[in-house]
Structure formats: C-alpha cells, structure tokens
Design a protein around this ligand. Structure first.
Ligand code: SF4
Length: 123
C-alpha cells in the first residue's frame, strides 16, 4: 500500500495533495472494511442523492454501482478502461459536485488501495 501523506484539515492542503474536502465531513473506515464495499457505497449514495438533471451523474452513478456489485457479489471482473471512462465522464460531464466530485474519491481509493482493489479488475 502506498503511504498516505499527512494532511492538515483545510481546503488548500487537501487540494494541494489531490484530495477533496467536501460535504462537511471526514470519513473514517475500519481498517478491515473492504474498499470495494466502500466504493459501492459511494456510487450508491450518489445514485440515491442524484437529482437526475444530468446523465453522467444519474446514469453513471447507477452503472458504477452495478459494475462494482457485479464484481463484489458475482466475481465479475471489471473492465478498467470502461471504469476509467465512466469516472472521466462523470468528472467532466456532471453539472455539480455530487456527480463531479465522486470520481476523485474513487481514484484516490484506487491509488492508495490498489493492492486490494486490483483483484476486481480484468488483468
Ligand atoms: S451532478 Fe448534480 S445536477 Fe447532475 S444529476 Fe447529479 S445532483 Fe443533479
């Protein structure tokens, strides 16, 4: 696992290190909580909270949740290029920070917990 940098809790420090301080919260996840379940939760939360105004958020959050559920529950390996396309589409095509902010958290999880998450992607 990559070492996660020490951060001061302020917008500038988070932005400088490529993180997002948003939704007025800091999430703490138990060390043994599966990251794939956390990613599924992020997509599911976004799909439930989406207002539906733009396609990348409304459809993308649901497709992401389905991809991850397929991997987690049925062992169906995800296509990394397709997953990355989904993240990019949500990031640049969403009209607000709900859909547009989700990809950064997912990318950070992939970066720092790749050892755990890579097994869910096709080789
Ligand atoms: S990104 Fe914002 S505007 Fe677009 S569907 Fe999601 S909540 Fe609505």
């Amino acid at each position: 696992m990559s070492k996660i940098p020490a951060l001061s809790i302020d917008f500038e420090s988070f932005q400088k290190e490529g993180f997002l301080l948003g939704h007025a919260s800091v999430l703490s996840i138990p060390e043994n909580f599966p990251m794939v379940e956390y990613l599924e939760h992020l997509f599911e939360f976004t799909s439930l909270e989406s207002c539906g105004k733009c396609f990348p958020c409304r459809i993308g959050s649901t497709r992401g949740k389905e991809m991850i559920q397929g991997a987690r529950l049925n062992g169906k390996k995800m296509d990394r290029a397709l997953f990355n396309d989904l993240l990019e589409t949500m990031e640049i095509g969403s009209l607000c920070a709900l859909g547009g902010g989700l990809p950064l958290g997912v990318k950070n999880a992939l970066q720092y917990f790749g050892d755990e998450l890579n097994e869910h992607f096709k080789a």
